[in-house]
Design a protein around this ligand. Structure first.
Ligand code: GLC
Length: 436
């Protein structure tokens, strides 16, 4: 379907295209981000298959020899970097596993690529001519999953952990508070740094705090001092969290890779095994029977991190919960997020909580990528009313307020979207919502 907004969505993507990949936004995010690129490629698959393929190919140029796919691949640029932390701060150049001639950060992000490839394969018009691309990407995505199960799932629970809030993509979510607050900052030890994300007037009240940034920097500094050595960091990192969002996404990618393996006639066994293991892990260790949702788990302090955030519901996407549990989750989600005429679905943090802040990044606002994944989750269980509410709410947000990065859920307050405008994944997933 084509409408005026679809045309605008396409031009957002085209204007953020650098010639090699698409920036998440024109100024705030000037490099290539991992899960953004997945959503962006999916958006392109509706109108420009060639760019969709280029996007993912370029992203995987940054993949390390151990399979790790970095959160950021830095654009080659001269002059002063407009982004902090830039390539120089990450100091990944000495890492032997990093491909030469590519500058990357040293942590990963939610592994959306397996399921993105599956949805792309469904979107493209000529299925046959897309097969070589599936064959090309398949082994790369397999190496990424292998990396996660080998290095991040040492107890073989099927629940690969993350070492930095940025790896979940939900940077300052209340999920991480307990773990982050435990990190004590010594001003004399912390490297000096300058934030570059506060140019916009409103940014200070919306974006993560300086205390958050000190801890983000502390972790990066620890990683770089240890040259990103997996074994050492497994011992040393104060942040080791099993996140239901990251793991739910991985699990859905496992499922989609099984389907893709069948299409290109290769062995699906590793993905079948990973999927079984992860489904079991999610349902035994991370399921919270009293609150009817999935919790994150802190592997350093051996405790649940129980918070009502969007992260808890992402396992719906992968079909991990039984139908009965999914219905219980729907009730919780529906009562809080959907059955409410006064706000848009789905706030990143349930609004009735003390710490909720409707303006602050991942501590309340609505994000379109989360909505899209929750929409898919509801659809797969046949929760049509919920799926439609999420879809319609997302489309309305964009059509009324533009392709913003995040949105205040309160209808009475909302006049403008928040964060950057011309945000690529909002545009890409608008196309997905409209066309699928
Ligand atoms: C922010 C978001 C993250 C996203 C990145 C680039 O850091 O929290 O999820 O990938 O911006 O858009």
């Amino acid at each position: 379907m084509t409408n005026n907004y679809s045309e605008q969505a396409k031009s957002v993507l085209q204007s953020n295209w650098t010639g090699e990949f698409t920036k998440p936004a024109p100024h705030l995010y000037p490099h290539q981000w991992n899960w953004d690129s997945g959503f962006i490629a999916l958006g392109y698959s509706h109108f420009d298959e060639d760019s969709a393929k280029k996007e993912l190919r370029h992203l995987f140029k940054g993949q390390w020899a151990n399979g790790m796919l970095p959160q950021i691949q830095f654009k080659k640029e001269s002059g002063i970097s407009k982004y902090f932390p830039g390539a120089d701060f990450w100091q990944t150049s000495k890492v032997l596993d990093k491909p030469k001639n590519v500058r990357t950060s040293g942590i990963t992000m939610p592994p959306v690529h397996g399921f993105i490839l599956w949805h792309m394969a469904n979107n493209v018009t000529d299925k046959q001519s897309f097969l070589p691309f599936i064959r090309e990407m398949f082994p790369k995505i397999k190496r990424l999953h292998q990396y996660l199960y080998v290095y991040r799932d040492l107890e073989k629970e099927g629940l690969p952990y993350i070492r930095h809030p940025w790896s979940s993509g939900t940077d300052n979510s209340p999920v991480w508070d307990d773990v982050m607050n435990r990190i004590e900052i010594d001003r004399f030890e912390l490297p000096t740094y300058e934030r570059k994300d506060l140019q916009n007037k409103k940014a200070k009240s919306h974006r993560p705090t300086d205390a958050d940034y000190d801890r983000y920097v502390y972790l990066v500094d620890l990683f770089r001092k240890n040259n990103y050595n997996e074994e050492l960091l497994d011992q040393l990192s104060p942040f080791k969290v099993q996140d239901p969002l990251f793991i739910g996404i991985l699990n859905y990618s496992n499922e989609c890779m099984v389907k893709l393996a069948e299409i290109i006639d290769v062995d699906a066994t590793p993905f079948i095994n990973w999927r079984n293991l992860t489904t079991k892990g999610l349902n035994s260790k991370l399921w919270n029977e009293s609150n009817k949702r999935y919790d994150a788990y802190d592997l350093v302090n051996h405790q649940r991190l129980s918070n009502f955030t969007c992260n808890s519901f992402i396992p719906l996407l992968s079909g991990a919960p039984s139908v009965e549990r999914a219905q219980q989750m729907l009730q919780v989600m529906f009562n809080e997020h959907l059955n409410n005429q006064d706000h848009y679905p789905c706030p990143s943090f349930a609004l009735n909580q003390e710490k909720a802040n409707y303006e602050k990044y991942w501590r309340g606002p609505v994000w379109i990528n989360i909505n899209w994944m929750l929409y898919l989750g509801c659809k797969r269980y046949g929760f049509t009313e919920a799926a439609t509410a999420i879809r319609d709410g997302s489309i309305e947000l964009i059509e009324k307020f533009g392709f913003h990065e995040y949105f205040d859920p309160r209808k009475s307050i909302l006049k403008n979207g928040y964060g950057t405008d011309n945000f690529s994944w909002s545009a890409a997933l608008y196309l997905e919502f409209i066309n699928s």
